[in-house]
Design a protein around this ligand. Structure first.
Ligand code: MN
Length: 154
């Protein structure tokens, strides 16, 4: 974990957020974990997406809809609306297997940036932009009451 944390910091320093995510996916393709994070895009989600996620049978925390995240793209005020999710697998698995599972349950296009969650507490706080880094960056704060928990069926 210490080694992964270190590698994480190097990625953040060397690359932009997007390419850091890209290289993390390349280098950690075979890395296993029980904790994952990913994005869902509402415009391509099936109507019953919450039930479809429930059927996967693992607990998933879903953020309030992030529709007020400032975009860094010129001429675009906000990023495409998305949800941030935290997924807790029963056993250690790869990000690839989690990605395939969610894509199959929902749609290919509705899922993005599946990666190992390095810090569950920080990621949970980020669901509403209440993590230290998000507060420092003065990101829009979302309502805690809008966090959803996809409970397991069994
Ligand atoms: Mn966001």
């Amino acid at each position: 974990m210490v080694l992964l944390g270190f590698r994480e910091i190097i990625f953040q320093r060397l690359f932009s957020d997007f390419s850091a995510t890209f290289w993390r996916q390349v280098f950690m393709a075979k890395e296993k974990s029980r904790y994952f994070t990913f994005l869902l895009y509402p415009e391509t989600l099936p109507e019953d997406w919450e039930i479809k996620l429930e059927i996967i049978g693992v607990p998933i925390a879903v953020s309030p809809l992030h529709d007020s995240d400032k975009s860094s793209v010129e001429g675009q005020e906000y990023k495409k609306a998305h949800y941030h999710c935290i997924y807790i697998a029963k056993n250690p698995v790869t990000a690839d297997s989690v990605r395939n599972k969610i894509r199959k349950a929902l749609t290919e296009e509705s899922v993005g940036f599946v990666q190992i969650c390095m810090n569950v507490e920080n990621t949970y706080l980020y669901l509403t932009h209440e993590s230290k880094d998000a507060i420092a960056k003065k990101k829009h704060i979302y309502n805690k009451a809008d966090i959803k928990l996809i409970k397991t069926v069994m």
